[in-house]
Design a protein around this ligand. Structure first.
Ligand SMILES: Cc1ncc(COP(=O)(O)O)c(C=O)c1O
Length: 473
């Protein structure tokens, strides 16, 4: 990078403080709500990464690729409901039918079951080749239940996961997520309050490292209940799993009598109208779905082999208390899910080529905008020989010119990347251009257009100029 030598901590801190000040002046309406929010909610909200300093934009409405805030800014959004809104925000495909249902007296009568739930389950099972499904309300709960099922089915305690793998804030998922590879390898426990008996039973292995996986399976295989893995790691950097890694995972779990759980909360229905696992031509024992399948409503699912799933049903003795909660398979959520799944099934030929093409264009646009300013930025989110196109992206500022982030541990390593630049500085600099990103970029929906990608490009050019100015002496 042209001015790498000037990129020290105090310059970065000053740059970020200047951006915060400028943003506060630019968004007084959202700013006015800061104190009120912080008096009743920790840090002023209920989801940590939605919050930011000095305060987040407070949204009043959203449509398609954009959200609108208290200050009247039309913000081009690449976060898209944590990547759930593959048809854009408040797509009429969904809202028109939901509005119709509400006005006809259908939608909030949770506590019963209905035809709609059967239809939605059929759609999901057909699209993913699962034998049974049970719906719940969040990806977090889905992965927790899947692990309970696996532990009960195998009668074993240990859970194997990958470093950087995010499966929601549930006890078995909170190890080896936010590690710093230089200081604590993968052994980082991500939350206080977790029983040691749980975290001691979580083994963390390196993503896309078949040898380490083999070593772990050799050492612990007969005690491992399940290996939980994202086929395209999300929070860990939007990186596709290698074919060999996934095949090794399938072979070794099978030979050791462990279950393979594919966490498809991000990857499910993101690359085609089904599971990413099927692109790798493997069948997991269980898979978890969320985000996209709910059409913007809180829907998630555990789906998989009947013999395992039935442990939560009467045929399997009902020993696993995956028995549901008040809002499980909520009728309005099921309606949104059914509409979404049908739409993606019927329009897959248009939806996926379109978002993959724009996703590629978005990543290239970001890289070009920074390259033109002499700032080296690299995007992840590209596909591989198996997942051929992708509508996802993250942005990193590697310290070494030309270095491409390829492992989850790179994304958290301050020796490898300018972490604050990629996260906080870029998010603020782009918000000042009315563009909202998460981890540098995010996801593209069918509501995004070529013009939106040009707008992203222009915004990144101006953000790159700001970075250049901040570090040039
Ligand atoms: C791969 C993966 N699994 C599980 C979860 C948790 O899902 P939720 O936020 O719906 O609880 C997430 C959320 O981002 C995720 O990315």
């Amino acid at each position: 990078m042209l001015f790498e030598k000037n990129m020290n901590n105090s310059t970065t801190q000053k740059f970020i403080q200047d951006l915060r000040n400028e943003y506060a002046a630019y968004s007084p309406g959202s700013g006015k709500l800061k104190d009120r929010a912080e008096q009743v909610m920790m840090d002023g909200g209920s989801h940590t990464i939605r919050l930011m300093k000095p305060f987040p934009p407070r949204i009043v409405r959203a449509r398609g690729s954009c959200v609108y805030d208290e200050d009247g800014h039309e913000i081009l959004d690449f976060w898209q409901g944590h990547h759930a809104n593959i048809l854009g925000h408040n797509s009429p495909v969904l809202t028109e039918k939901l509005a119709e249902a509400f006005s006809s007296g259908f939608g909030l009568q949770t506590g019963f079951t209905d035809l709609l739930q059967i239809e939605t389950a059929e759609l999901l099972c057909r699209a993913t080749a699962a034998e049974r499904v049970r719906f719940t309300t969040s990806g977090t709960l889905a992965t927790m239940y899947a692990i309970l099922l696996a532990r009960a089915y195998t009668g074993r305690d240990m859970v194997l996961k990958v470093g950087g793998g995010w499966h929601g804030a549930q006890p078995w998922g909170l190890k080896g997520v936010d590690f710093n590879i230089a200081t604590d390898d993968f052994q980082h426990i991500d939350s206080s309050g977790i029983p040691l008996s749980v975290s001691d039973n979580v083994i963390v292995t390196r993503y896309n490292d078949s040898q380490m996986l083999e070593d772990n399976m050799k050492r612990f295989g007969d005690r491992i209940a399940c290996f939980i893995l994202e086929p395209f790691i999300g929070a860990g950097g939007f990186l596709p799993a290698g074919g060999e890694f996934i095949r090794t995972a399938r072979t070794l779990t099978e030979s050791c009598g462990s279950l393979l759980i594919l966490d498809e909360v991000i990857s499910g229905f993101r690359f085609h109208a089904g599971s990413a696992g099927s692109l790798y031509q493997i069948t997991p024992d269980l898979a978890t779905y969320g985000k996209i399948i709910g059409g913007g409503m809180p829907v998630s699912a555990v789906a998989g082999r009947a013999a395992v799933m039935e442990l939560a049903g009467s045929k399997g003795g009902g020993t696993v208390k995956f028995s549901g909660g008040t809002y499980c398979a909520h009728p309005s959520s099921m309606l949104a899910a059914r509409i979404q799944l049908e739409y993606l099934r019927d329009n897959a030929g248009q939806v996926y080529p379109y978002i993959n093409r724009l996703g590629e264009a978005a990543r290239k646009a970001v890289e070009k905008a920074f390259r033109n300013a002499g700032v080296y930025a690299c995007c992840t989110g590209y596909g591989n020989d198996i997942i051929k196109g992708s509508s996802l992206g993250m942005v990193f500022f590697p310290k070494k010119d030309g270095y491409c982030v390829s492992l989850p541990e790179d994304t958290r390593n301050p020796e490898i990347c300018h972490l604050e630049l990629g996260e906080e500085a870029l998010r603020l600099a782009l918000l000042l251009e009315d563009v909202h990103v998460m981890h540098g970029l995010g996801s593209v929906s069918t509501a995004h257009s070529e013009e939106d990608i040009s707008r992203l490009y222009e915004a990144c050019c101006r953000a790159a100029e700001r970075i250049k100015r901040a570090y040039e002496v």
